[in-house]
Design a protein around this ligand. Sequence first.
Ligand SMILES: [Zn+2]
Ligand SMILES: [Zn+2]
Length: 341
Amino acid sequence: MTRYVALLLAGALVGAAALTVATETAVAAESKITILYDAFGNDAAMKKDWGFSALVEVAGKRILFDTGNDGDIFAANVKAKGVDLTNLDFVVLSHRHSDHMAGLNHVLTVNPKVKIYAPREGFGIYGSSLPASFYRKDESLPPQMRYYDGKPPEVMTFGTAWQGANFEVIEKTTEIAPGITLIALVSDAPGTRELRELSLAVNTPDGVMLLVGCSHPGIDKIVEAAAAINPKIHLIAGGFHLVAAPDDVITRLVTALKDVFKVENVAPGHCTGEPTFAALKQAFGNRYFYAGVGTSLPLGSSMGGGERRGEGPALEEDDLTSYRRLARREDPFGMRARSGP
Ligand SMILES: [Zn+2]
Ligand SMILES: [Zn+2]
């Protein structure tokens, strides 16, 4: 190799390295999750309270996920982090529990027309509709004993608690923007049976970034649905709902996340529970990311997990089959402990 070629090569390598650094910095600066509401944290500027809210900045979008438990605290935390609520692509309300919704009035004061995705609930708080054919008719009755004098509208609409808000209710798992999917599942746990919940899955070059509100349908069920989008689960953040679960249930679930679903990184918060924080920290080590209120989690390859990049599907069918067998056992994941917010 001549000295000239060697110099050229060296120059090209330095240039490529500089370019890589610049690109990664740009990604890190743009893609992050900022926790705006939770009951733990180490940021003195933020107020702590039970509930959840996070700002997700990923794939060029700014998404507000849930709005906390108290409108005033939510507004104070939004201000403390300098978050501009007038500049959102959309809001996601994970479910109808008040510890996830109470800040919505504040959002609407600042940004009254913002698109809000919420789960479709029959006669729910977000508004709904049904064809008038849903109820039985009796034409032998006089008109004054009949609904709408016997002439109902074709579609009956039912109001929302936030009249005028721009809701779009989601019935089943839907890709709402390229790579951005709302996973719609229903809880079957006593206390929250039939409660519908949305989780946010963003398919990034590093795998799926999954943000969960309260995981009432079961964190395992939500992760399984996310794995159908892309079996490589890069990150799960949010509430795993194991706040009152016993140790054996926690152990089984942590093992499933790590060994069956091969989740790369976790950033648990909200209703995950203190013993579950400890168990996840022990299992995931430096792939456990602290996510107290006020934390900004940079997304992307800087989180690690790259050793598995380029492999095929992370889920092995054998693992999944035995996991499903296990999960069919009575109350395998502490469903009974899952009632409440
Ligand atoms: Zn909650
Ligand atoms: Zn809840």
